[in-house]
Write a protein that binds this ligand. Structure first.
Ligand SMILES: [Zn+2]
Length: 219
């Protein structure tokens, strides 16, 4: 049987720890971590014209049109090793992007094997976000309880002073979570119908969640 590289899509609300979980898969199982957050930052810094167009939207808090996101994403995917397992993180944020991702993966000779959705309670989301610190330079995230930086207050990767997001308040967390649940519902429905949706409880510790992720992916 020929070797089949997996393509897994990860999604979860803010505070679900999806980035930490994907990092563990990168470290322990050599996954490629492929997300649009880094794509927007990196391609903008490289002067990519579509990234500059995208910036016009998201810098004003507007939704970046699907065609711009996926034009960028097509270029972004060129950077990754096709022979490895791919962890796509939050790259489908709109039902219109489902088909775009299918087409893009098909062009790479791949298909989506699983959609791993992290579910989170309101209480845990509030606690996690309140203790969260971020590097405004490279996008690394830290957490007072779950993922402390080596030198307190400074980014491990680039040394920048860490800051908190202005929107990490309980009220804002609640409204973000309900907005997330509203927008993700039709996307979950689509992947549930395909039989590739797996829900993972994101309320326990990082290690427990990781064990469950490993199990559902048969790693
Ligand atoms: Zn940094």
């Amino acid at each position: 049987m020929p070797f089949h590289s997996m393509t897994i899509l990860f999604h979860g609300p803010s505070g679900s720890g999806k980035d930490t979980q994907v990092e563990l898969l990168v470290q322990k199982y050599s996954f490629e971590n492929i997300g649009t957050g880094e794509m927007f930052r990196k391609m903008y810094s490289e002067g990519d014209l579509d990234a500059i167009r995208a910036y016009e939207y998201y810098s004003k808090g507007k939704f970046v049109p699907n065609d711009i996101v996926y034009k960028m994403f097509t270029k972004w995917l060129e950077k990754f090793d096709i022979s490895k397992d791919w962890a796509l993180v939050s790259v489908v944020r709109d039902i219109g992007q489902v088909q775009m991702l299918d087409d893009l993966l098909a062009a790479k000779g791949r298909k989506l094997d699983k959609f791993v959705h992290f579910t989170l309670s309101e209480e845990v989301a509030i606690e996690r976000r309140a203790l969260r610190w971020i590097c405004s330079n490279c996008g690394s995230t830290y957490h007072e309880k779950y993922k402390q930086e080596k030198i307190k207050g400074y980014c491990d990767k680039c040394g920048t002073i860490l800051t908190q997001r202005v929107d990490d308040t309980p009220e804002k967390t609640k409204s973000l979570l309900s907005e997330y649940n509203r927008t993700i519902a039709p996307i979950l429905e689509e992947y549930r119908n395909r039989g590739i949706l797996v829900e993972v409880d994101a309320n326990p510790t990082i290690e427990e969640i990781h064990t469950n992720v490993v199990r559902v992916l048969n790693l």
